[in-house]
Design a protein around this ligand. Structure first.
Ligand SMILES: [Zn+2]
Length: 443
């Protein structure tokens, strides 16, 4: 086993009691600030008749109300442009970001210099967690827009003092040339874009496996935690792959360490994670699937307190060989609460299908998983584009057989002509939900 390097060994290997104490101290400080000057949470607490002074231990946390995305959206609609979830005077905010807004109006998030530094600190845990060492050169192959993605990794890299190589606005080929010329060793990217770079390398006869890249840090969609995708990317890049997970509303809360191929650590010194039954709101037992609820402890300026992520997760039992005591979520995020499709009585998460398809298609092939209703019943269709004509039938049959074996479900795979499906270099839209939006949200 390689020597584990921590960002903050004392915190990362603390006992559960020590961690809970640290979390509570931070929570208390957060609630004090928020109850003094944040009208969004003042109103929320008041409507429930609760005062933060009643929160005297971690056990009391469940007395606080849950927060859902819709509340933030309504608040910003009613109080444009930034809403009322602001603890400090507007002139104190130094960074603007927004959600990508694939559904509904984008949410805006502001950071002060202090909270931005905290976000960078969180990324330091991640960078060290995936095995970044002094001397690693980190190349960022994306455009620095208003979305949070990668900015935080950038900030953490800066705090650690590793060399940053930005390549915004460049073509995939220019980026590949830059990787070779400057001997970049670490690439933070989406899995889709890592595949596009591999495709570009193949088309230009560049031997990607011979590059100096040794780590791919994957985020934005399931990657390294999906065995099919991980194996493919490791083979194409000849590099180790790790996932890290977050969302604009709460921050980047988890990472896959070098010793655990099947889970992500929650950065529990900076976030409180709870797992609840999505219907009752009550905590589930360890090892049971439930919805992840997150409280971020370092963004008092615009916090998310008991935020319902909509992500379904399961806490893994036992300790991690890396020595970190931060709890591990098995398989990371299992699926989105609202994405689960019940096909002929079987609960199907698009990620599981994605994993199966990914393990058979090749670089440059595209696919799409579509959920729709037929006579009021959930159904799923899988469409694939396969470049290699000779392999079309074989891949189609293999995917169908694997789905039958794993889920005991027959789903037809349709091969469609090249160019039918959308191609994206950021977050490929590989799951399309055409069912009517249903809401079982509990507030
Ligand atoms: Zn670990």
């Amino acid at each position: 086993m390689t020597k584990i390097e921590y960002f903050d060994q004392k915190v990362e290997t603390a006992s559960q009691d020590e961690l809970a104490m640290l979390q509570f101290q931070k929570l208390e400080a957060l609630l004090k600030k928020v109850s003094a000057s944040n009208s969004f949470y003042q109103n929320k607490f008041r409507s429930l008749g609760i005062t933060p002074a009643e929160i005297r231990s971690m056990d009391d946390l469940k007395k606080l109300p849950l927060t859902v995305k819709r509340e933030f959206e309504e608040d910003q609609e009613k109080h444009p442009p930034f809403g009322t979830n602001l603890t400090e005077p507007l002139e104190n905010y130094a960074q603007y970001r927004q959600t990508s807004g694939t559904t509904g109006k984008p949410l805006k998030f502001l950071d002060t210099r202090e909270s931005w530094d905290w976000r960078g600190k969180v990324a330091c845990y991640i960078l060290k967690g995936v095995g970044v060492k002094r001397g690693d050169r980190i190349l960022f192959p994306f455009n620095f827009g208003p979305y949070t993605a990668f900015w935080i990794t950038y900030e953490g890299t800066y705090q650690l003092g590793n060399l940053i190589i930005p390549t915004g606005g460049w073509t995939s080929l220019q980026r590949l040339q830059c990787i070779f010329e400057n001997q970049a060793t670490v690439i933070p990217t989406t899995p889709s874009y890592a595949l596009i770079l591999a495709d570009t390398a193949y088309e230009n006869q560049i031997d990607l496996a011979s590059s100096s890249v040794r780590i791919l840090m994957l985020t934005g969609e399931p990657g390294a935690l999906v065995p099919g995708i991980r194996e493919k990317l490791q083979r194409l890049w000849n590099a180790q792959c790790f996932d890290y997970i977050g969302m604009t509303e709460v921050g980047t809360w988890g990472f896959q360490c070098t010793e655990e191929p099947n889970g992500v650590h929650i950065i529990e010194s900076e976030f409180i994670a709870e797992v609840i039954d999505p219907d009752t709101g009550i905590h589930v037992h360890e090892g049971e699937v439930g919805e992840l609820v997150v409280t971020n402890l370092g963004r008092a300026c615009m916090p998310s307190i008991r935020y319902r992520t909509g992500d379904l997760v399961k806490v893994k039992k036992g300790s991690c060989p890396c020595g970190r005591t931060f709890r591990v979520l098995e398989a990371g995020v299992i699926g989105r609460k609202d994405e689960m499709v019940i096909v002929r009585g079987v609960n199907v998460f698009p990620n599981v299908l994605k994993n199966i398809v990914e393990s058979y298609v090749q670089a440059g092939d595209e696919y799409q998983i579509e959920a729709f209703k037929e006579k009021g019943i959930d159904e799923i269709a899988i469409k694939v584009e396969i470049k290699d004509e000779d392999k079309r039938e074989e891949i189609k049959r293999s995917v169908q057989d694997e789905i039958k074996r794993k889920l005991n479900l027959r789903i037809e795979v349709k091969v469609v002509p090249k160019g039918t499906l959308p191609k994206s270099d950021f977050k490929a839209k590989r799951f399309v939900d055409r069912r009517k939006a249903t809401s079982n949200t509990l507030i």
